[in-house]
Design a binder for this molecule. Structure first.
Ligand code: NAP
Ligand code: F7E
Length: 357
C-alpha cells in the first residue's frame, strides 16, 4: 500500500486566538501542524491546551523580530502552507509602541516572505491583513476600497499587505492577503472590546465586579466568529492562483449595541443616560450604573465604521460565515459566566479556609 504524505502547515502566532482555531481546523483536516512560539514561553500556550499532546503538532522557538530564527524553522519544516498570523495585534497599544508594532507586523512579514522565497518558494503564504487598512474610508468596504490607515498598527499592516503583493508579482510566489474584519470568540484576548465586555458582564452578574469602563461607544464594527474566518484562510490557500479577499459578515453594530446585547444574555436591560463622556449605562430594573466612560480608553484616532463586503470570497471561494452576531455574543458571555462562577467558587473556598484557620 502506498503511504500518503501529510501536508505540512506552519503557523506564526499559533498561540493567539486565530492560531488556536486554525491549528484545530488543520489537525482535523489531517495536516501536520508546526507553530512558531516566541521566547518558547510555556504559559503562552494556554489556548492550545486541547491539542498540545496531538502527535501531529510541533512547536518551534522563533520570533518575527529575528530573521535567523525564521530561516531555521522554514529550513527544518519545509512547509506546504504558511499562515502568518503573528502580530502585535492591539490597535490602541500600537499608539504607545509604533516602532515595535512596525517591526513585528511590518518587517516581520518581510523577513518571513524573504525566508520563504529563499528556502521554500513553492509553499503557499497567507497574510493576516486587516479591515483596519481601510481606516475611515466609507462603508461598506471591499477589496478595491482606498486604504487610508489611521493607526501605527494599520500602517504596519499596510506595509505587510504591500510586501505580499510585491512577492506575488515579482517572484510569482503563491502569497495571498486575507483582509479580515473583526472576528471574536471565547478565546479572544481580554483587551479587545468584545471580550472585555462579555467578561465584565459575567463578573457583574455573579457579583465580583461593579462597573464596566469603556471608551468610544459610537465606533461600529463588523464582528464575526473566528472559527468561520480561519476556514476562509485555508480556502484562500487551496486556490490555484493567489489573490486578496475580504472576509466579513456584512453587518455592523456599535460598541453601545454590543454592550446591550451582552447584558441581555444574562437578562439585564441597559438604558443609557447622559452624553459624550458623561454617558452611563444603567440596569433598567435596579437603576444601578453598570457602564461608564473612561476618557483614557479613547484612542488618539479611531476608525468609526467598518462593514465589509465579502462578495468576492463568497463567489470565488464559496465562503460564508455560519455564526450570527447574536450567537457569537451568547457563546462568549456563556463561556465567561462559566469562568466567573468557577472563580467565585474558588474565592469562597479560600475565604472559608482562611476564616477557619
Ligand atoms: P492575537 O490573539 O493577538 O495573536 C497574536 C499572536 O502573535 C500571538 O500568538 C503572539 O504570541 C504572536 N506574536 C506576537 N509577537 C510575536 C513575535 N515577535 N514573534 C512571534 N509571534 C509573535 O491575534 P488574533 O486575533 O489571533 O489575530 C491573528 C492575526 O490576524 C494578527 O496578525 C492580527 O493582527 C490579524 N487580524 C486579526 C483580526 C481579528 O479581528 N482578530 C482581524 C484582522 C486581522 P504571544 O502572545 O506569545 O506574544
Ligand atoms: O476595538 C472601541 C475601540 O480593540 C473595537 C484587532 O483584532 O480588529 C481588532 O481591532 C472598537 C474601537 O478592536 C474600548 O475604540 C471602546 O473603535 O476590540 P478592539 P479593533 O481596534 O477594531 C481589527 C480588524 C484588527 O485587525 C486588530 O488586530 O471598540 N472601544 N472602548 C474599545 N476598545 C477596547 N479595546 N477597549 C475598550 O475599553
Amino acid at each position: 500500500m502506498k503511504a500518503t504524505t501529510l501536508k505540512k502547515a506552519l503557523i506564526t502566532g499559533i498561540t493567539g486566538q486565530d492560531g488556536s482555531y486554525l491549528t484545530k481546523f488543520l489537525l482535523d483536516k489531517g495536516y501536520k501542524v508546526h507553530g512558531i512560539v516566541p521566547r518558547g514561553e510555556v504559559e503562552c500556550k494556554g489556548r492550545l491546551f486541547n491539542v498540545l499532546d496531538h502527535p501531529h503538532l510541533t512547536l518551534h522557538d522563533g520570533d518575527m523580530l529575528d530573521g535567523a530564527s525564521l530561516h531555521r524553522v522554514l529550513m527544518t519544516v519545509q512547509p506546504d502552507e504558511i499562515y502568518n498570523l503573528a502580530a502585535q495585534s492591539h490597535v490602541g497599544f500600537s499608539f504607545h509602541a509604533p516602532e515595535y508594532t512596525a517591526n513585528v507586523n511590518g518587517l516581520g512579514t518581510a523577513r518571513l516572505l524573504e525566508a520563504m522565497r529563499l528556502l521554500c518558494p513553492n509553499a503557499r503564504f497567507y497574510q493576516a491583513s486587516s479591515s483596519e487598512l481601510f481606516g475611515n474610508a466609507p462603508a461598506p468596504q471591499c477589496e478595491t476600497t482606498n486604504m487610508v490607515p489611521c493607526s501605527p498598527y494599520a500602517a504596519a499592516k499596510l506595509y505587510a499587505y504591500s510586501m505580499v503583493q510585491i512577492a506575488r508579482k515579482s517572484y510569482k510566489l503563491h502569497a495571498s492577503n486575507g483582509i479580515l474584519f473583526n472576528h471574536e470568540s471565547p478565546l479572544r484576548g481580554e483587551d479587545f472590546v468584545t471580550r472585555k465586555v462579555t467578561k465584565a458582564v459575567a463578573a457583574i452578574k455573579v457579583g465580583t465586579q461593579n462597573i464596566l469602563e469603556l471608551g468610544n461607544l459610537d465606533a461600529r464594527r463588523d464582528w464575526g466568529h473566528a472559527a468561520d474566518y480561519v476556514r476562509g484562510m485555508w480556502m484562500m490557500l487551496q486556490q490555484d492562483q493567489p489573490d486578496d479577499y475580504i472576509l466579513a459578515s456584512g453587518e455592523s453594530h456599535s460598541v453601545r449595541y454590543l454592550v446591550e446585547a451582552a447584558f441581555k444574555v444574562v437578562n439585564i436591560n441597559i438604558t443609557w443616560q447622559g452624553r459624550f463622556t458623561e454617558e452611563q449605562g444603567r440596569d433598567q430594573k435596579t437603576g444601578k450604573v453598570l457602564v461608564r466612560i473612561n476618557r483614557d480608553l479613547y484612542r488618539p484616532n479611531d476608525v468609526h465604521h467598518l462593514c465589509g463586503d465579502a462578495s468576492k470570497a463568497r463567489e470565488v471561494l464559496g465562503w460564508q460565515p455560519a455564526v450570527s452576531f447574536d450567537d457569537l455574543i451568547s457563546e462568549m458571555v456563556e463561556e465567561d459566566m462559566r469562568f466567573a462562577l468557577q472563580n467565585k467558587r474558588a474565592e469562597t473556598i479560600i475565604l472559608k479556609a482562611e476564616n477557619a484557620a
